[in-house]
Design a protein around this ligand. Structure first.
Ligand code: NAD
Length: 519
């Protein structure tokens, strides 16, 4: 593994147990609340634009509160955005890498100074509790700092063999104009990581944020301009993914698509991008990071307390709406009953309620559609296993669902196989460690996984045979740290691009070899 040039340290989390920090966060929430309902514009070719049709983003804790009013881009505007990004590419790619790096470090600095403000937007628009929002913003800062340093590596020629009588070198060039399509679940961190990696590498981009979290994206677009990124280096385009997605992906001037989201949308993008369009002179590159059905194995030789805590945090942190969330606990039959008893005792104590109230461990799920889909999986789960905790939606305006545990789930069950993306955990009994590994790998996905055991031979076996992009031993399966845990999964979890890792920028670069004969 290569060194990170210039040193890199993960951003420290604000400790909200400290009274001054708590007060500062309350002030940030009030300041952000005062901006509810404002309108945000598109940015295309350096111009701010409004459309006739608008849409609103809501507070999932109190859906009667409108967070932001946004423009509904049309397919024509989407096409214009790609043209605009394409036409600025020569200028932006010609900007010295050192200058682009400087802008990105300025963006990191601005984000750091406005951390609590961004935390507050995440609390209100994405329904993240304070610590979850803080982790999202800290990760966004980490991406900026990390990719800025990585770009310095790729800006220098790569070492190649020198032949006698020839001078040889290999340099990295950016690709062109790309489309950035992030999900709503890490509406800052993933958006920032995908966008800044492409930009710092010298590409221009069209950012198409999720319609659930467009205000957070608009705030970051504003911050990029403040940091000195030219207003033509990126376009900001809100609107329905279904309405403008195809135009963006199919456009002949689109050189790459960087997507993070669900399996079905990712596969569709991959398919559309593969078909060459009239006037297109390249094969489009697709980076697609998709879903997960992540398992934690609890072996009979595990430290049971830490296994219970690890499963709890991985399954119910941010209401189970992380691609890395544990949705399957595969537990040795030797301690299955005890595990279940200890887990459910803790689950029943978890407080669910509005994300801005810091006593709540869990906030709402993202929207009404998600709530209905999760509740229907719970109904299915009740037939496929035994409901031992949760299962219902508490009364109230927000999209709340109690943390739910369904035991005795077989591997062929729908809730064992399909990504639910909510606070629902299936618990399955394993005969022995080999059986546990077999069950864990019985999935079309392969994103994260964890194993709790004290036995070194079993750890070795898991290292070899647990087929996931991010494996954790004796710790939870969520919370990947930039630089330390390069992130991305196998199989239907995506292209394993390893966000926050030393190879990530290569997705946005192409290498050119130059050999000069000495005369
Ligand atoms: P989604 O697929 O519904 O949407 C993702 C993005 O695609 C959004 O911006 C959406 O507007 C856009 N989109 C929708 N239809 C489109 C189309 N036809 N063409 C182009 N764009 C379109 O996913 P989501 O609900 O926002 O996010 C949750 C999913 O993301 C889960 O499956 C989760 O596992 C996955 N995820 C994966 C990772 C990872 O690193 N592997 C990280 C976070 C989330």
């Amino acid at each position: 593994m290569s060194e990170v040039p210039g040193g890199f340290k993960n951003e420290a989390y604000t400790d909200f147990a400290v009274p001054e920090n708590r007060k500062a966060m309350e002030a940030a929430l009030a300041a952000v609340r005062a901006q509810f309902g404002r309108e945000y514009e598109l940015l295309i070719a350096g111009s701010r634009l409004k459309t006739e049709e608008k849409f609103r983003s809501l507070n999932p804790s109190r859906p009667s509160e409108v967070i932001g009013v946004h423009q509904k881009a049309t397919p024509e505007l989407a096409g214009m955005a790609v043209d605009a990004a394409y036409s600025f590419f020569p200028e932006w790619s010609g900007t010295p890498a050192a200058r682009r790096v400087e802008m990105l470090l300025t963006a990191a600095d601005l984000l750091r100074r406005r951390k609590l403000e961004f935390d507050a937007w995440l609390v209100f628009e994405a329904g993240k509790t304070w610590p979850e929002a803080e982790a999202d913003v800290a990760e966004a800062i980490d991406f900026c700092e990390y990719y800025a340093r990585q770009m310095l590596r790729f800006a220098a020629p790569a070492p190649v063999v020198q032949l006698p009588g020839e001078s040889t070198r290999m340099v990295y060039l950016p690709l062109g104009a790309g489309i950035i399509i992030p999900p709503w679940n890490f509406p800052l961190a993933i958006l920032v990581g995908m966008t800044t990696a492409a930009l710092v590498a010298g590409n221009t981009v069209v950012i198409k944020p999720s319609s659930d979290t467009p205000t957070i994206a608009a705030k970051f677009a504003g911050l990029l301009l403040e940091a000195g990124f030219p207003d033509r280096s990126f376009c900001f385009l809100t609107g329905s993914g279904a309405a403008v997605g195809d135009v963006l992906v199919e456009h002949p001037k689109t050189r790459f698509v960087s997507f993070t989201g669900s399996r079905d949308v990712g596969l569709r993008i991959n398919e559309l991008a593969a078909k060459p369009q009239k006037g297109q002179v390249w094969i489009k590159r697709v980076v697609a990071e998709m879903g997960g059905k992540d398992a934690i194995i609890v072996d009979e030789e595990a430290d049971l307390d830490s296994a219970v805590d690890g499963v709890l945090a991985s399954a119910f942190g941010y209401q189970g709406q992380k691609c890395s969330a544990c949705s399957r606990a595969i537990v040795s039959e030797k301690l299955y009953d005890e595990f279940l008893e200890r887990l459910t005792a803790k689950v029943e104590k978890l407080k669910v309620g509005p994300a801005d109230e810091p006593d709540n461990y869990m906030g709402p799920v993202i929207n009404q559609r998600a709530k209905e889909s999760i509740l229907s999986y719970i109904e299915k789960g009740k037939q496929e296993g035994r409901l031992v905790a949760g299962g219902e939606s508490p009364p109230g305006e927000g999209y709340f669902i109690r943390p739910t545990v369904i035991a005795g789930v077989e591997s062929k069950a729908t809730i064992f196989q399909e990504e639910i993306f909510g606070p629902v955990l299936a618990v399955t009994r394993a005969k022995d460690f080999d059986h546990a590994l077999e069950l864990a790998n019985d999935s079309e996905y392969g994103l994260t996984g964890a194993v709790y055991t004290r036995n070194p031979e079993k750890i070795e076996k898991a290292r070899d045979r647990f087929f996931v992009g991010n494996l954790y031993i004796n710790r939870k399966c969520t919370g990947a740290m930039v630089g330390a845990h390069p992130f991305g999964g196998f199989n239907m979890s995506g292209t394993d691009s390893k966000a926050g890792g030393p190879d990530y920028l290569l997705q946005f670069l192409q290498a050119k070899s130059i050999a000069e004969k000495q005369i």
